[in-house]
Write a protein that binds this ligand. Structure first.
Ligand SMILES: [Zn+2]
Length: 294
């Protein structure tokens, strides 16, 4: 894509809000990892090593450069806007510490604001932080190379409690109906060495993951969206889920998972579809762990 075309594709609101956005070619990706604060909200009986949630391993999630999908032009958040990005992530971490890991997966935008207001350990979100959050949600993701559909349009959408079920010992939830039915069926057929690693993710949770990844990529939204769908674009919000092999740690979120017996059995079942296959047209890396439901 030519630079001129790309600039046209960026909504004015995005450019206006993000004075620091610039476009670079062949930007070298930093391997600097952020350290996500340790979550202490799990039940005591859960072994943290068995909790394979994608966000716990977000810092290990960059694929090797040769595995990258070529994105000819990249969008990078810089300077003051990058500082704002980091402050939003830090603020979201405090929210997560307050509400707990599992609850944070479900947390809505309005509830997030309320938590900030009501707990001094979290602190109120500033107008600038909320504006940044909103601009990331409303930005045209195609402009930075993510070509998947937007599946949630409302930043304030909530996940109805009656429609979901907590999956024991995982810190995650699934939607009742086809998501949970597929998960149970897969586990029955593959075995208990296969486990849920990420289920329902609210707009807030997805924003947290996406922006955390964007810190890791030094503000490069194009690279971030290669590993994590931008908020509103994740099928985790409407039914998809991730599975991994118990004890396989961060490798569950690398192509290595596709070499496990669990993955082989999964694909042999015949009824499991992977959302992001190798060479997919969405600008997303190969994700053998991500089960397509909807
Ligand atoms: Zn996934």
């Amino acid at each position: 894509m030519k630079r001129r075309t790309l600039i046209k594709a960026i909504p004015l609101s995005l450019l206006a809000a993000a004075g620091g956005v610039s476009i670079w070619r062949d930007h070298a990706i930093s391997k600097t990892a952020i350290s996500l604060s340790e979550d202490n909200s799990y039940d005591q009986h859960i072994n943290l090593n068995d909790l394979l949630g994608e966000d716990l391993f977000i810092k290990d999630n960059l694929e090797k450069p040769e595995q990258k999908i070529a994105k000819t032009t990249e969008i990078i958040i810089k300077d003051d806007e990058f500082k704002r990005l980091k402050s939003v992530v830090a603020h979201l971490q405090r929210v997560q510490n307050q509400v707990g890991y599992a609850n944070f997966n479900l947390l809505g935008f309005d509830e997030m604001i309320r938590i900030g207001r009501n707990f001094s350990s979290v602190g109120s979100f500033t107008r600038a932080e909320l504006d940044f959050f909103e601009y990331i949600f409303t930005a045209d993701a195609k402009a930075y190379g993510f070509f998947g559909d937007k599946v949630i349009d409302n930043i304030s959408s909530v996940i109805p409690e009656r429609e979901i079920k907590k999956i024991a010992r995982t810190g995650h939830y699934l939607f009742k109906g086809q998501s949970i039915e597929k998960y149970n069926r897969v586990r029955k057929d593959v075995g208990n060495s296969l486990v849920l690693t990420s289920g329902i993710r609210s707009v807030v949770k997805q924003t947290y993951l996406f922006l955390s990844k964007a810190i890791e990529t030094d503000g490069n939204l194009s690279m971030a969206s290669y590993s994590l769908a931008p908020p509103g674009h994740s099928y985790h919000g409407i039914g998809d889920f991730d599975v991994g092999k118990v004890g396989y740690g961060h490798k569950n979120f690398t192509a290595d998972f596709s070499h496990t017996d669990e993955y082989k059995r999964l694909t042999d079942l015949g009824y499991v579809a992977i959302r992001y296959v190798n060479g997919n047209p969405f600008g997303v890396r190969f994700e053998p762990w991500h089960i397509k439901v909807v």
